[in-house]
Design a protein around this ligand. Structure first.
Ligand code: M6R
Length: 594
C-alpha cells in the first residue's frame, strides 16, 4: 500500500528513487510519481501518472541531473486512480512538493478552516497538506509552517516534503505509517520499507510517531513530538537484497511457494541450539501469568492464527481465541482477567493491528508480535516479538510466510506445553516431505485447468483442514478472482450446498484420521449433486481415487503440508486466466490504512 522514497546526496537522485519505487512495487499500487530538483535549471520537475513504475521511468527520461528527489507509489484511498490524484502534489505557488503515505481523516475541515475552502486540483487528502504548508509559509519560516501543519493533521502519515527555496533540504515526518532513514557515504535515503533502502544503506534509523527528520547537506537531525532534538540511532540492516530477486522463476509467488522447505530449515537453524528448542523465556513467563491467549490478525495471518489456536489447545491447557484485527480494534470482546495477546502479521505494519496494539497497551496487557519483519512497527512496539524467518515475501499473496507463521506458532505451543516429542526431527521430515512433493508441482497445472472451469469453487475440511480451507479459498480468490469459499465440511448442507450445481469444483482436505470419513461423506453428498470433487489427502488416510496425495508428516505439522497444493492450484488458476499474479488488482502487500 502506498510507498515513498526520497534521496538527498551526491548521487543521481532520480535513479535511486526510481530503483526504490521498483522495490516497493510489491506493496501494491495503481499510480506512481517522482519530483526532483533540476540542478541546472534550479527548479522542480514533476512526473506522475497512473500505471506502473516502468511507465514512470519512461516519462522521467527527460529529467535533468538532480541530487534531491522524492517518489511515490499510490494505492488510491481518496479519489479516483488518475494522473491528477497521483503523487507528488505541488503547492499553488509551486514552492513545496509533497508525497504522502497514510490517510488524513480531517482533510475536509482543514481545507475549510485553513484554506478558505480553496478548490484543489486533486481529490486527495494529501493535497491539503501541501497547500497548508504553502499558505502558512507566507507568514512564517518553512520549518514553522511544516510544524504547524503537522500539528493540525489527524490520521496517519509518512511524508516527504521538498521546498524549492531550500534545494539542499529534505524533510520527512511520520505518524503511524512507517518511515525509515538509511545512509551511505554519499547521501541519505528515506523510505517506507527496508527493501527500498537495502541497496544503498547497511543500516537504518526508524522514525518515531510524530517525529520529523530534517536532512540538510550531509547531516540529518531528528526532532520529537515536542520539536526537541532527538538522537538518531542507526541499527544494522541484516537484509539480503538478493533474496528479494525473482531468480529463474516467472513469478515471485512460485518462487516463494518453492522456498518453503528452505524456510522450514531456516527456522530450525534459528530456533534450535544443540538440537534443543530455544524459546525466549520472558515470553513463556508472560504467558504463564495469563489465563487466556487472544490471537489478533488479518487475512492469511488470521488463518494461521486459527491453526495456532488448534495447536495450542492440543499441546497446552491454555484457552485461545482468534479475532479479526479490524473488529477487535473497535469492538473488543469481554476479556478474561489476565489476557495475553498474540499479534500475527507478516509485514508487521498492518494498520488494523496497530489500532489493536494501541488499545491493548492502554490497558497495560502483555503482547507479542509474530512477524517476518523484525524492524517493523508492530515488532518494535509490542512487549515481545518472535521472528518467522521466511525471508522477503514479495508476492502480494502470502505463501511461505503463512507456513512460517504456522511453524513458529507450533514451536511456541510446543515450548509452552512442555511437549517432549522430537519436534526438530518432525520439522526436518516436514522440509523433506515438502521438497519431495514440490518436485512434482507441474501436475497441479493440468488439474487447475480441467477442474476450475466455473466462476466459483469450494474448499472443505474439518478441524485444522477447515482452517486450511479458509486460507486455500482466500488464495484462490485474491489472485485468480474466482469466487472461492472455505467451508467447514459438515456445515455445507445447512445452506451453502444449494450453490452446488453441475461441475462446481469442490476440493476436500483430509489430514485428520478422526474426521476423514465424515469429510469423505460430505464430498459424496456434493458429488451426487453434480460437483466436480478433488480430494487432497495425507498418504496414510488416502484412497485410490484421491487426486492429490501428500507425504505423511507429524500431525501437528500437517497444515503446513496440506496448504502447498492449494497454493499451487491458485497459482496455476491465475496463470491460466492471465492475471497479474504477483500484484493482484486492488490489493496491497502491506495494508497500512484501516
Ligand atoms: O502483513 P499482514 O500479515 O498483517 O497482512 C494481513 C493480510 O493483509 C494478508 O495476510 C493478506 O490477507 C495476504 N495478502 C493474503 O495473501
Amino acid at each position: 500500500m502506498c510507498g515513498i522514497v526520497g534521496y538527498l546526496g551526491k548521487e543521481e537522485a532520480k535513479d535511486i528513487v526510481l530503483n526504490g519505487l521498483f522495490k516497493l512495487e510489491y506493496r501494491g499500487y495503481d499510480s506512481a510519481g517522482i519530483s526532483l530538483y533540476n540542478n541546472k535549471d534550479k527548479r522542480f520537475e514533476l512526473f506522475k501518472d497512473q500505471g506502473r513504475v516502468a511507465h514512470l521511468e519512461s516519462l522521467a527520461k527527460t529529467a535533468g541531473a538532480s541530487n534531491l528527489a522524492i517518489g511515490h507509489t499510490r494505492w488510491a484511498t481518496h479519489g479516483k486512480v488518475n494522473q491528477i490524484n497521483a503523487h507528488p502534489h505541488e503547492s499553488r505557488s509551486k514552492r513545496f512538493v509533497v508525497v504522502h503515505n497514510g490517510v488524513i481523516e480531517n482533510y475536509k475541515s482543514l481545507r475549510r478552516d485553513f484554506l478558505n475552502g480553496m478548490t484543489l486540483d486533486s481529490e486527495t487528502d494529501t493535497e491539503v497538506i501541501v497547500q497548508m504548508i504553502d499558505t502558512f509559509a507566507q507568514n512564517m519560516s518553512a520549518k514553522a509552517a511544516i510544524q504547524k501543519t503537522l500539528g493540525l493533521l489527524k490520521g496517519s502519515y509518512a511524508l516527504l516534503i521538498l521546498d524549492n527555496k531550500h534545494p539542499d533540504r529534505l524533510v520527512a515526518a511520520k505518524n503511524k505509517s512507517p518511515l525509515l532513514l538509511g545512509k551511505s557515504d554519499n547521501g541519505f535515503i528515506v523510505a517506507s520499507d527496508l527493501v527500498a533502502l537495502a541497496k544503498y544503506s547497511q543500516n537504518f534509523a526508524p522514525l518515531d510517531d510524530y517525529s520529523v527528520a530534517v536532512i540538510e547537506g550531509n547531516q540529518v537531525r531528528f526532532f520529537n513530538k515536542d520539536h526537541a532534538p532527538q538522537e538518531v540511532i542507526f541499527e544494522p540492516m541484516d537484509f539480503d537484497d538478493d533474496l528479494a530477486e525473482m531468480g529463474p522463476y516467472p513469478h515471485f509467488m512460485l518462487k516463494e511457494i518453492m522456498e518453503q522447505p528452505l524456510v522450514v530449515r531456516t527456522i530450525i537453524n534459528k530456533y534450535f541450539e544443540d538440537e534443543r528448542l530455544v524459546m525466549k523465556p520472558e515470553i513463556l513467563a508472560a504467558m504463564a501469568q495469563s489465563d487466556r491467549v487472544y490471537i489478533l490478525a488479518a487475512g492469511t495471518s488470521m488463518h494461521a492464527g486459527f491453526v495456532g489456536k488448534s495447536l495450542f489447545e492440543k499441546m497446552t491447557d491454555m484457552p485461545v481465541e482468534v479475532h479479526i484485527a479490524s473488529e477487535f480494534a473497535y469492538h473488543p470482546p469481554t476479556l478474561s482477567k489476565k489476557p495475553f495477546f498474540v499479534l500475527i502479521s507478516q509485514s508487521g505494519e498492518t494498520a488494523d493491528l496497530r489500532a489493536c496494539l494501541m488499545h491493548i497497551k492502554s490497558l497495560n496487557h502483555q503482547v507479542i508480535t509474530i512477524t517476518n519483519v523484525r524492524t517493523s512497527t508492530l515488532a518494535r512496539e509490542a512487549n515481545h516479538f518472535l521472528e518467522i524467518f521466511a525471508g522477503p515475501e514479495i508476492a502480494v499473496a502470502s505463501t511461505k510466510a503463512y507456513t512460517a507463521q504456522l511453524i513458529v506458532l507450533t514451536l511456541l505451543a510446543y515450548a509452552y506445553g512442555k511437549q517432549t516429542f522430537d519436534i526438530r526431527k518432525a520439522l526436518s521430515e516436514l522440509a523433506h516431505a515438502m521438497e519431495s512433493y514440490l518436485t512434482d508441482y507441474e501436475t497441479i497445472e493440468m488439474l487447475a485447468k480441467t477442474v476450475l472451469t466455473k466462476r466459483n469453487a469450494f474448499f472443505i475440511g474439518r478441524g485444522v483442514d477447515y482452517y486450511v480451507s479458509l486460507e486455500a479459498a482466500l488464495k484462490l480468490k485474491e489472485i485468480s478472482y474466482l469466487q472461492a469459499e472455505g467451508f467447514a465440511a459438515g456445515e455445507l448442507k445447512h445452506g451453502t450446498i444449494a450453490l452446488i450445481e453441475e461441475d462446481t469444483p469442490v476440493f476436500g482436505l483430509i489430514s485428520d484420521k478422526r474426521i476423514a470419513l465424515n469429510t469423505r461423506s460430505n464430498l459424496d453428498e456434493v458429488r451426487s449433486r453434480g460437483a466436480r470433487t478433488v480430494t487432497i489427502a495425507i498418504e496414510s488416510l488416502s484412497e485410490d481415487e484421491d487426486a492429490i496425495v501428500l507425504p505423511d508428516v507429524h500431525e501437528y505439522l500437517r497444515p503446513a503440508m496440506m496448504v502447498i497444493p492449494t497454493q499451487l492450484i491458485s497459482y496455476y488458476a491465475a496463470l491460466q486466466r492471465g492475471c497479474d499474479i504477483d500484484k493482484p488488482r486492488n490489493l496491497a502487500k502491506s495494508v497500512t490504512v484501516e
